[in-house]
Design a protein around this ligand. Structure first.
Ligand SMILES: O=P(O)(O)OC[C@H]1O[C@H](OP(=O)(O)OP(=O)(O)O)[C@H](O)[C@@H]1O
Ligand SMILES: Nc1ncnc2[nH]cnc12
Length: 183
């Protein structure tokens, strides 16, 4: 996967064929990349998880941070398989404990990510997981949250990248690993 996609791996194309593209959702002009259709196919879903587990199992990752909502689908199975803790980065007012937050802009609006204080500690080695990178604002907010508490962000992992939106440039120099590009 080379901090990029593992084009040579035959599993990638199988995953790609299961992503449904929905035009004009949630608003006109957005080509929505729907990963729920990947989840309907146990082989494609397992291949997605396996590709990330193969990449991260020997990287000494201590925490997988998953971004609400779709990062919650991919992050926990990766965390379990590599023996890392899972920390949810949530939308506003969902976490009951003390939180820190970062605000960001989306392709279609504004939002905020929150993280429980104490869930991630200084020195943790973090992998950030989401389904998709568009403008990179969400992943940038996640990186900021983790770095504020002293974690080292080792890499970001997404199933899909929309390269035209240049989200990689907002990742503060952190590597991005993705499986499928949508152009
Ligand atoms: O790279 P960006 O431009 O920041 O966009 C990517 C984010 O947008 C989507 O989530 P969304 O905010 O739509 O929330 P949801 O998963 O709760 O539907 C997607 O799952 C990423 O988290
Ligand atoms: N085009 C897109 N499809 C799915 N999720 C998204 N999040 C931001 N842009 C998106």
């Amino acid at each position: 996967m080379s901090g990029n996609k593992q084009e040579e791996d035959p599993r990638i194309n199988g995953i790609k064929t299961k992503i449904r593209v929905v035009p004009d959702f949630p608003k006109k002009g957005i080509m929505f990349q729907d990963i729920t259709t990947v989840l309907l196919d146990p082989k494609a879903f397992k291949d997605t998880i396996d590709l990330f587990v193969e990449r991260y199992r020997d990287k000494n990752i201590s925490v997988v941070a998953g971004i609400e909502a779709r990062g919650f689908l991919f992050g926990p199975p990766i965390a379990l398989a590599i023996g890392a803790k899972f920390v949810p980065l949530r939308k506003p007012k969902k976490l009951p404990g003390e939180t820190i937050f970062e605000e960001y802009e989306l392709e279609y609006g504004n939002d905020r990510l929150e993280m429980h204080v104490g869930a991630v500690e200084a020195g943790d080695r973090a992998l950030v997981v989401d389904d998709l990178i568009a403008t990179g604002g969400t992943l940038c907010a996640a990186i900021n949250l983790l770095e504020r508490v002293g974690a080292e962000v080792v890499e970001c992992a997404c199933v899909i990248e929309l390269p035209e939106l240049k989200g990689r440039q907002r990742l503060k120099g952190k590597p991005l690993c993705m499986l499928v590009e949508y152009r």
